[in-house]
Design a binder for this molecule. Structure first.
Ligand SMILES: [Zn+2]
Length: 696
């Protein structure tokens, strides 16, 4: 059926986020945003986790075993660490030489001494050496970035120096000299704005001053001083470290000044500042640059605002069309974000037409409705000639057409309009931006058991919605353009599940996470290797239970995230299970923040995540870090329930040691099997309950 419907598909919008920065969890922005820039130094695996424990502090350092236990919980079921009596050999895995640490206070350092008989000091602090020689410590970051390690067995002594780049200390400015820190000035770069749009402006500088922005037209905009508080790092946010703790880190001798103005043409004094591409700069006036001014006592500092603003014509917006680079499956998907550089929210197949109303440093603002905007990467959009009418118009006939594995909802559109799919437990809602209902016909086609009811509505001008009420819980869907420009929402039928043999006949995609990237444990075990051993043990278990198994990899060859998800989607896998083990970003205390977690993205994957989390917790009794909705490439496919498991932590010595143990690998695989089976049985039970209701 697929070849009949040509065009672009979004079912595999498993586009990579953050890939270039931190492995599969990496944000890949069109341009480095301040947010993403701040995490470039993070260890090669940043997992966005929500942890149910409190703030961490350097100094308190329980042993890894103790750290893994919740008060009142049963002891973790992990084997002890076997003794190793090798030669004394100091090796630091993390931080790597020259690493740029994204934090200032404390972070972890780990590696191995080669023997369990060694004693170790790092910068004079005694650090516990595990029986296999592994060590992990959470220590203040040395101001000069120099870690000095001394290990001794009584007979031999080994020394190692590890030099890293800590964040430079914040400057403390003299109270009587006006200073504007040039790097702190924002905004900068290229903007296209609507006339009057609010533009925020700010900088850091000497406390106690009077700050003003002088606009080209002569207007003076006051900026308000606030004491500068250091924002928590992305890792601290992800691990739910208390906001109060971050607030304690108030910078001394430095203030933040901020204000805003209504957009008007601004031309940077520096010709090297990037120019906007959506509208022309107004260079007609003799002077068009804006200037920041800070007065402290008798001293005044000035700095040019490194910003170009062009004004867009609100009545004649520019129209663009999606042209993202193709994924391995041959189609491209434009990513829409709620704000510039923010998280992924919309997935539009190439050829989608977009009304553009603004621009900010490499991203365009898309108008979806007068109250709703999205941001897309500039290089994923081709601009159409000026005067192209903005997309929108009548939405015509809507048809349902059942096929063997799915039901297609086909919507006749005037243009390839941006859209959004919202999933409920038993509903799918398609919102089309710019559409106006002219749906005389909503045709159900041949009688079909999956879709109980379909309806359209027009909740606002330019917002058209079709809602499908399903008889069963949603299993997955895809969206793509038909060759004639119709929008197709393909609703997947759940597989037939035999409650007594729930895996029989299903196709399970098993993805061993990494390479590339992935964490490395203290004694050098890579996450990619650990994940592969678990996945290779999971395969025969699934097969013995009657499933067919699609392995995304069976050796250590690197495979991109997009290739992994494309494999699963194109094979029509019924489930996608991505096997990982966790690590931490710099600055997070590993003794307090480790445990088991499972991630999903779409509502139809939630129960699978919950079921796997339960099975993994029962098996190992580690801290319950919970399930979480994550914006990770491996859980974004819409065509099937897809989850990513993080059973153990690579960087915790006892857990790394366990991951080398074939018996533990087998236990992880069996827990995965149990979790998958429990999910399928739950789905089948729900179905049989529904059937018996309907028979009454
Ligand atoms: Zn991983």
């Amino acid at each position: 059926m697929r070849d009949e419907v040509k065009g672009w598909r979004t079912q595999g919008w498993h586009v990579v986020r953050r890939e270039t920065l931190v492995g599969d969890k990496a944000r890949r922005g069109p341009a480095p945003s301040p947010r993403s820039g701040a995490v470039t130094a993070i260890v090669p695996l940043l997992t966005v986790l929500i942890v149910a424990c409190g703030p961490t502090r350097p100094g308190s350092m329980p042993t890894p075993g103790e750290g893994a236990v919740q008060p009142g919980a049963l002891a973790p079921r992990l084997p002890g660490i076997p003794f190793r009596s090798g030669a004394l050999e100091l090796n630091v895995i993390h931080p790597s030489p020259g690493a740029v640490l994204g934090v200032r206070d404390s972070t972890f350092i780990y590696g191995s001494t080669g023997t369990g008989a060694a004693r170790l000091q790092i910068n004079g602090e005694p650090v516990e050496v595990q029986p296999n020689g592994a060590f992990l410590a959470y220590l203040p970051i040395p101001a000069d970035g120099r870690y000095e390690l001394v290990a001794t067995t009584g007979v031999d002594t080994a020394r190692l120096e590890r030099l890293v780049s800590p964040l430079p200390p914040l400057p403390s400015l003299a109270p009587d000299t006006a200073v504007i820190l040039p790097e702190s000035i924002s905004p900068r770069g290229a903007r296209t704005a609507l006339p009057g749009e609010r533009i925020q402006v700010g900088f850091r500088g000497t406390p106690g001053g009077i700050a003003t922005l002088l606009l080209p037209g002569g207007e003076r905009i006051p900026l308000v001083e606030r004491p500068l508080t250091l924002e928590p790092t992305e890792g601290e946010v992800a691990f739910n470290m208390a906001a109060g703790e971050a607030r304690e880190r108030q910078a001394r001798g430095l203030s933040s000044y901020s204000g805003y103005f209504a957009a008007e043409p601004v031309v940077a004094a520096d010709a090297g500042v990037p120019r906007p591409t959506l509208a022309a700069l107004d260079s007609s006036a003799p002077r068009r640059s804006a200037t920041l001014e800070l007065v402290v006592g008798a001293d005044t500092a000035r700095a040019a605002l490194p910003l170009n603003i062009a004004l867009a014509d609100p009545d004649r917006p520019v129209v663009g069309v999606g042209r993202a680079p193709p994924l391995p499956a041959g189609y491209g998907v434009v990513i829409g974000r709620p704000g510039p550089g923010y998280t992924y929210a919309y997935f539009w197949p190439n050829e989608t037409r977009l009304t553009l109303t603004g621009e900010r440093n490499g991203e365009y603002r898309v108008r979806l409705t007068p109250e709703l905007e999205a941001w897309v990467a500039r290089d994923q959009v081709r601009l159409l000639p000026a005067g192209t009418p903005p997309p929108g118009g009548a939405v015509g006939t809507v048809r349902l057409r059942p096929a063997e594995g799915y039901v297609d909802l086909r919507v006749t559109l005037p243009d390839q309009l941006p859209f959004q799919v919202d999933e409920g437990d038993r509903t799918l809602e398609l919102t089309i931006f710019g559409g106006v209902a002219d749906t005389d016909w909503l045709l159900y086609g041949p009688t079909d058991p999956l879709v109980r009811r379909a309806e359209w509505r027009q909740p606002a001008t330019g917002v058209y919605q079709v809602r499908l009420h399903l008889n069963r819980r949603s299993w997955g869907y895809q969206t793509f353009w038909a060759s004639n420009g119709d929008l197709i929402l393909r609703v997947r039928r759940p597989p037939t599940i035999d409650p007594d043999h729930p895996l029989r006949g299903l196709l399970i995609a098993v993805d061993a996470g990494h390479p590339p990237a992935g964490a490395t444990g203290p004694t050098g075990l890579t996450e990619a290797e650990a994940n592969l051993q678990i996945a290779l043990r999971l395969r025969p278990l699934l097969e013995a239970a009657g499933a067919r198994v699609l392995m995304t990899r069976t050796d250590m060859t690197a495979l991109s995230l997009a290739e992994r998800t494309t494999l699963a989607t194109d094979a029509n896998a019924d489930l996608l299970i991505s096997v990982h083990n966790n690590a931490l970003p710099d600055g997070v205390n590993p003794f307090l923040n480790n445990g088991t977690s499972v991630y999903f993205n779409h509502p139809h994957s939630l129960e699978l995540a919950r079921s796997l989390q339960r099975a993994l917790l029962e098996e190992f009794r580690l801290r319950d870090l919970g399930i979480g909705r994550g914006d990770l490439a491996l859980v974004r496919p819409t065509w099937m329930p897809a989850v990513l498991t993080e059973t153990l932590f690579m960087i915790i010595p006892q857990q790394e040691s366990a991951l080398r143990d074939p018996a533990v690998q087998e236990r992880i695989a069996r827990a995965h099997l149990r979790g998958i089976e429990a999910f399928l049985q739950g789905f089948a039970r729900e179905d049989s309950r529904r059937d018996s209701w309907e028979e009454r």
